[in-house]
Write a protein of this length. Structure first.
Lengths: 117, 115
């Protein structure tokens, strides 16, 4: 079975600072996809960034970037120039390519990120 | 298309009652997923539909839970004889064959409170 571990239940940084959220996962498969989702308070889950396991290049989306270390099974999210609107729960998630995605996403427990003014 | 829609947003029910939630996915998405999210936890996979066929069910989906997607469009999730442990946010998500590995589109969820 696949597992996703987020070891930081809560983080707090000042506005404009850079913050890194950690995620590790466990699988014996070689082909999979990794995601970071953002869930603002009382609002829906939004995809932040996606990484294909077969790509060595780290994904970036504006202020968001990842550090993907396949051998270490690590997938951290870096948020640069953090903004008040970045305050949310952040979930790391994983899906296997095999099985056509029928097993669905496996999520970590989340990190509550608070951006202080 | 306004995205994935879930109704109701909130449901309070007494223990032992039956409840039903509805999910309307993005119209061109043929894949639909139900997740359960308890307080302080990440979402946990419950079940998956491809068109009207229910192709995967988690062990979390006990006999009191049933999900349907009769015409391959909207889906319902019914919980019979609710228990306090069923209190959670129930999330629906959809995708299609081309987007399933690009991240699902989630609805806003239905928050169930069993008293």
């Amino acid at each position: 079975a696949q597992t996703v571990t987020q070891s930081q239940p809560e983080m707090s940084v000042q506005e404009a600072e850079t913050v890194t959220l950690s995620c590790t996962y466990d699988t014996s498969e070689n082909n999979y996809y990794l995601f970071w989702y953002k869930q603002p308070p009382s609002r829906q889950m939004i995809l932040v960034i996606r990484q294909e396991a077969y790509k060595q290049q780290n994904a970036t989306e504006n202020r968001f970037s990842v550090n993907f270390q396949k051998a270490a099974k690590s997938f951290s999210l870096k948020i640069s120039d953090s903004q008040l609107g970045d305050t949310a729960m952040y979930f790391c998630a994983f899906i296997l390519y095999s099985g056509g995605g029928a097993d669905g996403l496996t999520f970590g427990k989340g990190t509550h990120l608070i951006i202080q003014p | 298309d306004t995205g994935v829609s879930q109704n109701p947003r909130h449901k309070i029910t007494k223990r032992g009652q039956n409840v039903t939630f509805r999910c309307d996915p993005i119209s061109e998405h043929n894949r639909l997923y139900w997740y359960r999210q308890t307080l302080g936890q990440g979402p946990e996979f419950l079940t998956y539909f491809q068109n009207e066929a229910q192709l995967e069910k988690s062990r979390l989906l006990s006999d009191r839970f049933s999900a349907e997607r009769p015409k391959g469009s909207f889906s319902t999730l019914e919980i019979q004889r609710t228990e306090q442990g069923d209190s959670a946010m129930y999330l629906c998500a959809s995708s299609n064959r081309d987007t399933q590995f690009y991240g699902y589109t989630f609805g806003s969820g239905t928050r169930l409170t069993v008293v």
